[in-house]
Design a protein around this ligand. Structure first.
Ligand SMILES: *Cc1c(COP(=O)(O)O)cnc(C)c1O
Length: 223
């Protein structure tokens, strides 16, 4: 399938999910996750009109950056080792995987401009998943105030790999509740305007529950 065909289908599904939940499709941004595909395929996605790209490894990001440069807005979506921060920091606008203070400290040290960071939350509690426990989030966000280059854009989660719609919905709803709770604190460094949740198999439900960034790989550019 051409990227443009996949994109049209996904946009249609986003429009339907928005209609079901009284939301405006303009409030949803598709992040094309290009980690499985070649630079050529990423280029095709750019030509199809996609302007947000996500990569989960520094090598992948740098390879594609060499060709596409800053034409798309780049998102780092994967586990980030502190020693890799310097490789990617000038190239990304968003980091979706902030999960510890040592990483925040390194981002703060290396960034020249403020970086939009999502705090990753392990809502489902699966051992295999990264991210903070929901109960740790408030304290963690408060501690981030000391880092002037970190803006808390919101929260990110990866839902369990399941077709159980109720389970997915519960997971996304918990992240939305966390967003609402932190927004009410009115912290200048943590506007929490966004929610990064939803992938190829669950983005429709994520949108119904409040996602503003959906990270779509296989259904959009392929695997
Ligand atoms: C790979 C990946 C995605 C995209 O997954 P698909 O199921 O292919 O859409 C989204 N988010 C993260 C963090 C990923 O690593």
């Amino acid at each position: 399938m051409k990227v443009i065909e996949n994109l049209q289908l996904i946009q249609q599904e986003i429009a339907e999910a928005c209609a079901r939940s009284n939301r405006n499709p303009e409030d949803i941004t598709i992040v094309a996750v290009t980690k499985y595909v070649t630079v050529e395929r990423a280029q095709e996605a750019l030509e199809a009109g996609i302007r947000h790209f996500g990569e989960n490894r520094d090598e992948g990001l740098l390879n594609k950056w060499d060709v596409l440069k800053d034409k798309p807005t780049w998102h780092f979506i994967g586990t980030l080792q502190s020693r890799k921060v310097k490789n990617i920091i000038d190239k990304v606008k968003y980091i979706h995987s902030l999960d510890r203070l040592s990483l925040a400290k390194e981002i703060n040290k290396r960034a020249r401009q403020p970086v939009q960071c999502f705090v990753q939350v392990n809502v489902s509690g699966e051992k295999s998943k990264h991210g903070l426990d929901p109960e740790q989030v408030k304290g963690f966000v408060e501690q981030l105030a000391q880092f002037e280059k970190i803006i808390v854009a919101g929260f990110m989660t990866m839902a369990p790999l399941t077709d159980d719609e109720d389970m997915l919905r519960t997971c996304f709803r918990k992240l939305k509740d966390l967003q609402t709770e932190i927004q009410h604190l009115d912290l200048p460094h943590a506007p929490c305007q966004d929610l990064s949740m939803g992938m190829s198999n669950d983005f429709k439900i994520a949108i119904e529950e409040g996602a503003t960034f959906v990270r779509i790989g296989s259904a959009l550019v392929g695997e």
